[in-house]
Design a protein around this ligand. Structure first.
Ligand code: ATP
Ligand code: MG
Length: 787
């Protein structure tokens, strides 16, 4: 611990508060009275609990500005937690704008994880780590767990390592170290979970590595076991601010409570209706018990929404009302009425993407009496990242610029992960996982046998793999080409590690590593069509290093990013998941894929039942409330999921939209253009069809017709366009008892009973079964698909 030389830390007490508070604070003029109260009640606990778009983040940002402008706190005395790195950057910029000058420092403004990495680097030794520890990603984590599962003679097929990873993450989110996992959990993973968790933590220590969950867990452990360290930070962080408090998990909550235990100047803001990380251990209860944890807390409610038009707000409110046990809030807006939320159904996901692409292009020029929008004004928010592909494909085809935020990441590509593994062993030769990845990449004649030898040598001597390899080489136990190559690699690692330690320019070092390891050359010699792209990516990687001080900083950054970091200023449509969209706002928002099973997600409902469904509903609320001027919800009748066509039913959330605030659009080509001849699906290869019926078949099927009649009977609001209401609105099944149906696996059969979206079917060959309606097609539409 080296407190004294730490420039992140404050050295002297702040200036007289009274003197400073007297200064003019023009930035407060932009706030309404409750917001102003939240921004200026600096001492003591404050909870701001309010709905979407009411200016919580704005008030929080202004509070930072006020702390600084009045001299109440210095930048490094403020601990400010945001949900994404992007949000942290934005907050910094906004504070600077409010103050009219750049903010020097703010080292403690960031995500929980980013702040914890910093803390852990300072005190790594207290939990048995070195300060240059590596942060593993999910891939590494699972790979490591798999080794442990196999070594424990557990059938990995029945008990997959991925499942264990999930269990351990859950425990870490609750701040349970292996010795603290309660007895009730001891049955987990065939009763071996806790033991494997303990082994895993030991392995991580040997590797000088942590996983994502450890970042918080270790820091909480340090605080709980080293009172002197905790007290230092309690003194230093004189003001604590937390945005999106509803999504903190138990570990984060404990962390905050420990840190706030000193000055108790903690201001949390959140919205119970926007808690969407329950699946990752978030506890909405944290926000609800704030007043108990911090007696005398000032609770401030905001009711005016400044973001969305009344129709958008009403639609979102209508949906969220379906949830039980809410705190309930009144929201109003002074904005003018604007457009209704638009709803449109499509034949399939591709068509949905095509339509949205066309809409976006049209809206750039101004359409339907609306102002023109730039591409930056528009966002597509999906439930599942696999939905993104259709949009990316379409937009690439029509040359529409887009950016994917938090999507499949550059850093997940093979060549990038390989290159980073080289960087990792160069920074920390203890990083066995990285060494394993590169020892025979490119091929060095070091197959499984040789690698096993290295493992054994390392384990029996209690050293890392690099040292294990060195011992083998010294004993001449690996010879031939493999031996020569291994010797070269070990020499290389020694040299690169020395460069890193000597602080040689990290870009040069990186280039040297890729060059000397033969990795670049390996792709230069590769004749596959992907090779040039991979070389490009490697160049891109080296370029990305430029904005970092050293390799370690870069590696840390990569392991922490949750959002796309490139600071782009070009005009582009944003594509992201609903989860990644939290806290953001866009004038125009598209919400595709509102289909039961996709949204609400079947998995979430299967795993968590009603709780899962309610979380999905909050996600719908988050989605709609991102829109300022126009929200468009869409769904498709067919969707290809992981290469399989599935017929889909519209989301039950569509049913919950208040009709007065929704305008139903008719998809182009469905009734106007006629289909059949023009339908591209008709000419698709047979194997591609599976249980996907032809367009004409589905729309002519009795089920679909019944749905249309029902929708028309419900009298949805009158569209402003000439076309009419045709879309089905009932979430439940399109079938009735007696219908003849087809299931891809069980074949033909007849419906004998219906229970929600589950159907009892007497199959001709397979007998009585209960199946989910979405896997069923009307028999006449299934044609003679072979199975
Ligand atoms: P979310 O729950 O989605 O995170 P939020 O409550 O944090 O929303 P903000 O993002 O802070 O809301 O604010 C929403 C929009 O309203 C922003 O564009 C913000 O600039 C604007 N806004 C907030 N307060 C005011 C105000 N008092 N006057 C004018 N505009 C405001
Ligand atoms: Mg916010």
């Amino acid at each position: 611990m080296n407190w004294a030389s730490d420039d992140d830390m404050p050295e002297r007490a702040p200036l007289s508060r009274q003197a400073m508070a007297a200064r003019a604070a023009p930035y407060l003029d932009d706030l309404n009275p409750p917001q102003r109260e939240a921004a200026t009640t600096l001492d003591g606990p404050v909870l701001m609990l309010a709905g979407a778009g009411t200016g919580k983040t704005k008030a929080l940002t202004t509070r930072i500005a006020h702390l600084l402008a009045t001299g109440t706190a210095r930048p490094n005395e403020i601990l400010s937690v945001t949900f994404t790195n992007k949000a942290a950057r934005e907050m910094k910029t906004r504070v600077a704008r409010l103050l009219g000058q750049a903010v020097e420092g703010m080292p403690w403004l960031g995500t929980f994880h980013a702040i914890c990495v910093k803390l852990l680097r300072r005190h790594a030794e207290l939990v048995g780590l070195k300060t240059n520890f590596t942060i593993l990603d999910t891939d590494d984590q699972v790979r490591l767990l798999k080794q442990l599962v196999v070594a424990a003679n557990i059938d990995e097929k029945r008990w997959p390592a991925r499942q264990l990873a999930h269990i351990i993450d859950g425990w870490k989110n609750r701040a349970w170290t292996p010795d603290k996992v309660p007895a009730a959990e001891h049955g987990a993973f065939n009763r071996r979970g806790v033991e494997l968790y303990a082994e895993y933590q030991e392995r991580l220590k040997t590797l000088n590595a942590v996983d994502f969950g450890d970042l918080l867990l270790h820091v909480v452990t340090i605080f709980q076991t080293h009172d002197d360290v905790l007290q230092q930070y309690q003194r230093w962080f004189r003001y604590i601010l937390v945005d999106e408090y509803q999504d903190t998990n138990v570990a984060q909550y404990l962390w905050l409570r420990l840190l706030a235990g000193g000055h108790k100047n903690i201001c949390c803001v959140g919205d119970d209706d926007q808690s969407i990380y329950g699946w990752r251990g978030a506890e909405v209860g944290n926000i609800l018990r704030f007043e108990k944890d911090f007696p005398g807390a000032r609770v401030i409610r905001l009711e005016q929404n400044y973001r969305s038009t009344p129709h958008i707000l009403a639609a979102a409110s209508g949906v969220i009302e379906g949830n039980q046990g809410r705190l309930g809030k009144t929201l109003f807006t002074d904005l003018s009425e604007g457009e209704k939320v638009r709803l449109i159904g499509h034949w399939d996901g591709e068509e949905e993407a095509r339509w949205i692409g066309e809409e976006i292009e049209a809206m750039q020029g101004g359409t339907r009496g609306m102002r023109p929008f730039s591409l930056n004004d528009m966002a597509i928010l999906v439930r599942a990242s696999h939905q993104m592909r259709a949009f990316e494909d379409r937009f690439l085809t029509i040359g529409l610029p887009y950016r994917v935020i938090g999507g499949p990441r550059f850093y997940e590509r093979m060549e990038i992960r390989d290159a980073m593994a080289y960087f990792r062993v160069s920074v920390s030769p203890d990083d066995d996982l990285a060494f394993e990845r590169i020892v025979n990449t490119p091929k060095r004649g070091l197959g499984d046998k040789a690698q096993q030898k290295i493992q054994v040598a390392a384990r029996s001597n209690g050293v890392n793999l690099v040292e294990g390899a060195r011992l083998l080489l010294a004993a001449k136990e690996i010879g031939g080409k493999g031996g020569t190559e291994l010797a070269k690699l070990i020499d290389g690692i020694d040299r690169w590690h020395a460069l890193v330690r000597a602080g040689v320019d990290h870009i040069e070092t990186a280039e040297q590593i890729l060059e000397e390891s033969g990795y670049t050359e390996h792709w230069q010699n590769d004749k596959t069509p992907e090779a040039p792209g991979r070389l490009e990516n490697l160049k891109e990687l080296v370029k990305a290093l430029e904005s970092f001080e050293n390799l370690q900083g870069f590696l840390e950054h990569v392991s922490l990013i949750m959002d796309n970091e490139s600071e782009e200023t070009e005009d582009k449509v944003s594509i992201m998941t609903l989860h990644a969209a939290k806290g953001l706002e866009f004038p125009v928002v598209f919400l595709p894929g509102w289909e039961d099973g996709l949204f609400p997600s079947q998995r979430s409902m299967d795993e968590s039942g009603l709780k899962g469904l309610e979380e999905e509903r909050r996600l719908a609320y988050v989605g709609i409330t991102r829109a300022e001027e126009l929200a468009t919800i869409s769904f498709a009748a067919n969707r290809r999921v992981y290469g399989q066509w599935q017929s889909q039913l519209p989301s039950r959330f569509i049913d919950e939209l208040p009709a007065d605030h929704v305008e139903v659009l008719t998809p182009p080509g469905l009734y106007g253009g006629g289909f059949g001849a023009a339908a591209p699906e008709m000419s698709a290869p047979r194997s591609d069809l599976h249980d996907k019926a032809s367009r004409a078949d589905v729309y002519n099927s009795p089920g679909w017709k019944r749905l249309q009649t029902r929708a028309q009977g419900r009298g949805m609001s009158q569209p402003s366009e000439a076309r009419n209401v045709v879309i089905d609105l009932d979430a439940v099944s399109a079938f009735t008892v007696g219908d003849r149906v087809f299931h891809q696996k069980f074949g033909y059969g007849e419906i004998t009973g219906i229970e929600g979206d589950k159907l009892d079917i007497a199959f001709d060959k397979a007998g009585e079964k209960k199946v989910v309606a979405k896997f069923i097609t009307a028999a006449e539409s299934a044609g003679d698909v072979p199975f």
